[in-house]
Design a protein around this ligand. Structure first.
Ligand SMILES: [Fe+2]
Length: 392
């Protein structure tokens, strides 16, 4: 390209110079904002604009002074990290392009500094195709008002393509992602385009596995909860990179004193619906969940709700305590694939405590001594509730 430009410069008959583009109007927000990686004193705010601009975020504590963080150069993808924030504090913010206000007001709350502070998360999967059911579930998630959201895959129907991201995710969840961090895992539909890269490129997830990709990762919320997102589209066999990382991550979490461990991924080790149990994920991952006593595993793929009794070594344990358990000796597996896509039938197996074919989300309340899970239908009614208490 440089050689071509040089030869043109020397020509006596230069090409006509194109007229300059008409002056552009102010840049508009094209997607977002979304928040990511919230901590006690920092948060990431990210969005896209329809043309390059110098982005900034103006933010204000409810009763404090305002501040503004600027980018150094014009861009269309804006990623701004606010730091030096106060813990457990509500902040209002708005976006600016080239110093001009470009968004309405948004808000977020920083994480509490108390490592034992209670936490609420919402969980669902198989959500993303812009259906009325997806919006109905999203409205119930908004009412739950969680601190964070986990998604058990199939976030972007049909094939995880770039043009599907807005109708499947950023538009349906726009009133949530501006203040609540979402942590998706990848389903089979998400990875149908470039292995899921379009979705991962649009998010700002933790990168703490060996490959530093966002395909699988973990994060903590204080000492109360450790969350692990796996990519069950990838090989989960013992000795493979993801299995090795999971083994190490679980060992680290246990030695760090994580009170509760939650793992989530798309293909269910235990399901009585259309796809049924994924026996290879059960065989590959189940022994690790048993060894490290993972408390809960959330999955999707089957578009229904199904909760198991606690399971250890593939056997039901402590079923006599249903639905309020104390120190159970097994892992509770929940299929929560009713996030908005067409439903499948729900079935029953020996391991099934409750199942129902219905659009829903999970509301998971985590305290140091107890986790309570409420499954909420898209009409707001409660379809299931259970709890697990730990006495030591
Ligand atoms: Fe699926």
């Amino acid at each position: 390209m440089a050689a071509l430009a040089a030869s043109c410069k020397g020509s006596s008959r230069s090409a006509p110079v194109p007229p300059p583009p008409p002056p552009a109007g102010p840049a508009q927000v094209r997607r977002g904002p979304q928040i990511a990686q919230p901590a006690e004193s920092s948060v990431i705010i990210a969005w896209l604009s329809n043309q390059p601009a110098v982005g900034s975020v103006e933010y204000v504590e409810s009763l404090g002074n305002s501040a503004e963080v600027f980018e150094g150069a014009p861009a269309s993808e804006h990623v701004i990290r606010l730091a030096g924030l106060k813990e457990n504090t509500l902040y209002h913010y708005r976006l600016l392009h080239d110093g001009v206000v470009a968004s309405e007001g948004h808000f977020f709350k920083t994480a509490p500094a108390d490592p034992a502070a209670p936490l609420r998360c919402a969980v669902f999967g198989d959500s993303g195709s812009g259906t009325a059911a997806q919006l109905a579930v999203a409205a119930q998630v908004k009412i739950s008002d969680p601190d964070l959201v986990l998604i058990t895959g199939d976030v972007i129907y049909n094939v995880g393509a770039p043009h599907e991201l807005d109708p499947a995710y950023f538009i349906p969840y726009r009133e949530l992602i501006d203040r609540i961090p979402f942590y998706p895992s990848l389903g089979n539909h998400d990875v149908a385009t470039a292995g899921g890269q379009p979705l991962l490129d649009a998010l700002y997830l933790p990168r703490n596995n060996y490959t530093e990709t966002e395909h699988y990762y973990s994060f903590d919320r204080g000492s109360v909860a450790h969350f692990i997102a796996l990519d069950s589209n990838e090989d989960t066999t013992m000795g493979q990179p993801q299995w090795l990382w999971l083994d190490e991550d679980l060992a680290k979490a246990k030695s760090a004193g994580a009170r509760w461990i939650f793992a989530y991924f798309h293909h269910p080790p235990y399901s009585s619906s259309s796809h049924g149990s994924s026996l290879d994920r059960r065989r590959n991952l189940g022994p690790l969940f048993d060894q490290f006593h993972v408390d809960f595993v959330f999955n999707g793929h089957d578009h229904d709700y199904e909760r198991t009794y606690p399971l250890a070594a593939e056997e039901v344990v402590n079923a006599d305590q249903e639905p309020d358990y104390t120190d159970p000796q097994g892992t509770v597996y929940i299929v929560t694939g009713g996030g908005g896509r067409d439903l499948y039938f729900s079935g029953l197996s020996d391991f099934t405590a409750v199942s129902e074919s219905v659009h829903h989300h999970l509301q998971v309340d985590v305290r140091a001594d107890k986790v309570e899970i409420t499954a909420v239908r898209s009409d707001g009614s409660v379809l299931d509730r259970m709890s697990v208490a730990k006495t030591h």
